[in-house]
Design a protein around this ligand. Structure first.
Ligand SMILES: [Mn+2]
Length: 463
């Protein structure tokens, strides 16, 4: 019998809600998984990618990771892992550093045998490069074989990479696919009987991840694979959903909030329905006074401002922006990014990663025409016909294409990406959680995706 813990989407280094405590929470979750592995004396910990939230984890994150990996090493439990989309670097992977220290093994085309099981790995591969994959794996002579892979696989929700097709093409007959990327845990069975399972994330990387977090305990015995789910104690998230009726407002929200214990919790208040305007800052203040670690208010109502009988007419600012953008002669690539940043339904928290993936996919497609400027539309006005490039050449400020990216990288507009267009990865947060991303797994990191003025990120990071 061989037993392994299957975990993934740890997102170490994610300073969710700009909170240092949340950053520690993500490490703590990883440590708990490792300690469970030691307590249970499993044969290995298998990590399905996104160990780090960001391709540029900081020293405290790396030191924390090393300390956890060392606990496993001292207990003689191998840590076998692949590389996820969040942490992928183009040159070498952090995982290779841990492997060079003998604290991890990077899974790939060659089998790594643990007990009765041959384990293989398939890192995250962008959609544009998947056609080149041949799913050729070296043979093994173990009783079982499992493929550890990172991506949004069909037949799960949001799937855009066909697991059944991989199983059919692969020259190894897998008994299980142990998956990462979708933060929602799940298990399904392929037509040929192969188990497909997501362990889910180990801390809530997004306010969408309401259900309990955990990992999988996978047992290979007597020709059978058994997947059991284990919960993890994580930071409490308190979701206060308020439906306001006509005439209701602040008082009702306060009343609802007071019904919950938010001490030390991440408190997320979602307001829907009708009613009067409610100032989010007041509600957040209330939550903080009640001891919440983090307070967020999502007002999903569309409140129509009444002008009190006086008709006030404003020019349509959205149309003004659209017109200005048309005049700029943006390339199709830039237009796509503009759409993602400004107009699309991509949640704020997912914008940064969506932008990153789209740029990566465009670069990897080898078709540079997407970067050719469109013909400029004459507007008849002076300065307004100049392209962004012109203005940059003149030494003016860029063009706001990429805004801030707060120091910790969970920046504002920048949130994270969904995967090239498939709206809705696990990470696609439907919460318009204002600033940073509650969401986040996606999290995303503005810093990473944003070539900022501070020069910390350059386009070469993408190559
Ligand atoms: Mn992830």
């Amino acid at each position: 019998m061989t037993r392994v813990i299957h975990t993934g989407d740890t997102h170490l280094g994610y300073r969710q809600y700009h909170s240092p405590e949340r950053r520690r929470d993500f490490l703590e979750a990883f440590r708990r998984v490792a300690r469970d592995a030691v307590d249970d004396d499993v044969d290995a910990v298998v990590h399905a990618g996104d160990l780090f939230h960001d391709r540029r984890p900081e020293l405290p994150d790396l030191l924390g990771t090393l300390s956890v990996l060392r606990e496993l090493d001292e207990a003689g439990i191998p840590f076998l892992a692949i590389v996820g989309n969040h942490e992928t670097k183009r040159d070498a992977q952090w995982l290779d550093l841990f492997a060079s220290l003998d604290l991890a093994t990077r899974l790939g085309d060659e089998p790594v045998v643990v007990g009765d099981v041959a384990l293989y790995g398939l890192d995250y591969v962008p959609a544009s490069r998947r056609d080149d994959l041949d799913y050729a794996f070296d043979p093994h002579d173990a009783e079982f074989a499992a493929l550890v892979a990172h991506g949004l696989f069909e037949p799960f929700d949001l799937g855009e990479w066909d697991a059944e097709a991989i199983l059919e093409t692969a020259d190894v007959d897998f008994d299980a696919m142990l998956l990462g990327d979708n933060h929602k845990p799940g298990i399904k069975r392929a037509d040929d009987g192969t188990w497909l399972t997501y362990s889910g994330s180990t801390e809530r990387a997004s306010a969408d991840e309401r259900e309990e977090r955990g990992y999988n305990l996978v047992t290979f015995e007597d020709g059978e694979v058994t997947v059991a789910r284990r919960g993890l104690p994580t930071r409490e998230f308190v979701f206060v959903d308020v439906e306001l009726d006509e005439g209701e407002g602040h008082a009702r929200v306060h009343e609802r909030v007071a019904q919950y214990d938010v001490e030390d919790a991440v408190a997320i208040v979602t307001i829907e329905g009708e009613g009067e305007p409610v100032a989010p800052a007041d509600v957040e203040e209330l939550l903080r006074e009640a001891g919440a670690l983090v307070a967020r208010v999502n007002d999903r109502r569309e409140i129509e401002a009444e002008a009190g009988g006086v008709e006030v007419s404003f020019a349509d600012p959205d149309e003004a922006v659209r017109e200005r953008v048309r005049e700029m002669g943006l390339s199709p690539a830039a237009g796509t990014l503009d759409e993602v940043v400004r107009a699309s339904k991509v949640a704020d928290a997912n914008v940064a990663e969506t932008v990153e993936r789209r740029v990566t996919d465009l670069l990897e497609s080898g078709d540079d025409s997407a970067f050719d400027p469109a013909p400029r539309e004459p507007s008849g006005a002076d300065d307004r016909t100049r392209t962004a490039a012109d203005r940059m050449a003149d030494g003016e400020d860029g063009d706001g294409a990429v805004t801030d990216g707060e120091a910790d990288g969970t920046g504002g507009a920048a949130g994270g990406p969904g995967r090239g267009g498939t709206a809705g990865s696990d990470e696609e947060n439907t919460d318009p959680d204002t600033d940073e991303g509650s969401a986040a797994e996606s999290g995303t990191s503005g810093e990473r995706a944003a070539p900022n003025a501070d020069g910390q990120t350059s386009w070469s990071d993408y190559e």
